[in-house]
Design a protein around this ligand. Structure first.
Ligand code: FAD
Ligand code: SF4
Length: 327
């Protein structure tokens, strides 16, 4: 770990000003930033601590939707009664993230900006080739061990998975990321790697995430987050799904359906093909299983991660049947 200057930001304006300087990085809970600095991936020359800024940790839910401040802790959001009631998938995605200690430190803004768990990315000394760390240096993962890598949204220069859980639930329910006055829809906030995998999100230098809002919907109220992983706690998703449903008055016709996938793609992945296939249809086990296969439209396996193409549709189907009351 190298030396760096530390500033405790006294205002959002000061945080933005310093964060815009070359080599500067914001510090929130520190659970990702310090890890990355220790393993040599991040090398900030200035660290701007935003944890003392007031007013950025609010959690408010009303009839229009939810407002979650960027400095709200994962554990507080997961446990907020109004979030549990109106956005169960959001609460469950947070409960299943990391460990209790990490959830007590980590913030919503920092969670959205966590970096990939690609083992090659996180070990610069052993693996100098990584297009995300050093554009143009190659990709050590392609042709290597790819069990945790993505099958959707990959490019020929990067196949790293986005590891976040919360972002998947936010994608299902059309959340908006607030960067002060600028608002970015969650689907546009995360970028595909294309030929520039070093650019992961729409944040510009000097911008700070101030909040996330999620519109209210019946589908969000009747939702779940299903995460499958190698062990039942303290582990990233092998594959996951955030699903919400609204049924018509007959209790069987699907009026609205939201499906987003985690652990399988280079960004949180909205599975619109599944939604389109089922909206307006009768909720029925075989139809749900058939439609769930569409979640893998365009998927490309990279050796060891082939199992995700089978696993993810099963998770999607299970989650839809669960929120629909059929499982
Ligand atoms: C062992 C381990 C297991 C984990 N398991 C999971 C898991 O299962 N699921 C999951 O989703 N996550 C998991 N995580 C990731 C964890 O949730 C993140 O580390 C955490 O949410 C990051 O939040 P933070 O506040 O600590 O961010 P920090 O480490 O402080 O910051 C992370 C990044 O975001 C930037 N940043 C922070 N806040 C802002 C802001 N408001 N505006 C702009 N930039 C900002 C920082 O500059 C930095 O680049 C795990 C982490 C660890 C260490
Ligand atoms: S998959 Fe992406 S992050 Fe991993 S080594 Fe290749 S370029 Fe780097």
């Amino acid at each position: 770990m190298r030396d760096f200057d530390y500033t405790r930001a006294a205002s959002l304006a000061e945080a933005r000003m310093i964060a815009g300087e070359p080599g500067a990085m914001l510090l929130a809970g520190g659970t990702t930033l310090l890890d990355l600095a220790k393993c040599g991936v991040a090398a900030p020359t200035k660290v701007v601590d935003i944890t003392y800024l007031t007013g950025l940790d609010a959690i408010k839910v009303d009839q229009q939707g939810a407002y979650i401040g960027a400095l709200a802790k994962l554990s507080h959001v997961a446990d907020a009664a109004a979030v549990r009631e109106n956005y169960p998938a959001v609460s469950e995605s947070l409960w299943q993230a990391a460990s209790a200690q990490l959830r007590n430190m980590a913030t919503i803004g920092g969670n959205l900006l966590q970096r990939t768990r690609c083992a090659y990315f996180r070990d610069p000394q052993a693996f100098p080739s990584c297009n995300k760390r050093h554009p143009g240096s190659g990709c050590a993962a392609i042709g290597g061990l790819t069990r945790n890598h993505a099958v959707l949204g990959t490019s020929k220069v990067c196949i790293a998975t986005n590891p976040g859980d919360l972002a998947v639930a936010l994608s299902a329910f059309d959340a908006v990321v607030h960067l002060g006055d600028r608002r970015v829809a969650i689907e546009e906030f995360f970028l595909l790697p294309g030929m520039t995998p070093e650019r992961e999100h729409a944040l510009e230098p000097g911008e700070v995430i101030t909040a996330v809002t999620i519109p209210a919907s019946n589908a969000a109220r009747r939702s779940t987050y299903l995460k499958v992983r190698d062990r039942q706690s303290y582990e990233f998703a092998a594959a996951s799904a955030a699903v919400g449903i609204e049924l018509a008055a007959d209790g069987r016709t699907i009026r609205d359906l939201r499906v987003a996938l985690g652990g399988v793609a280079t960004k949180p992945w909205r599975a619109r093909e599944v939604e389109k296939a089922l909206i307006g249809q009768t909720l029925e086990v075989e139809a749900v299983k058939r439609a769930s296969l569409l979640a893998m439209t365009g998927a490309v396996a990279q050796g060891d991660n082939h199992y995700k193409i089978e696993l993810a549709p099963r998770i999607v189907a299970r989650a839809i049947l669960k929120v629909g009351g059929l499982a």
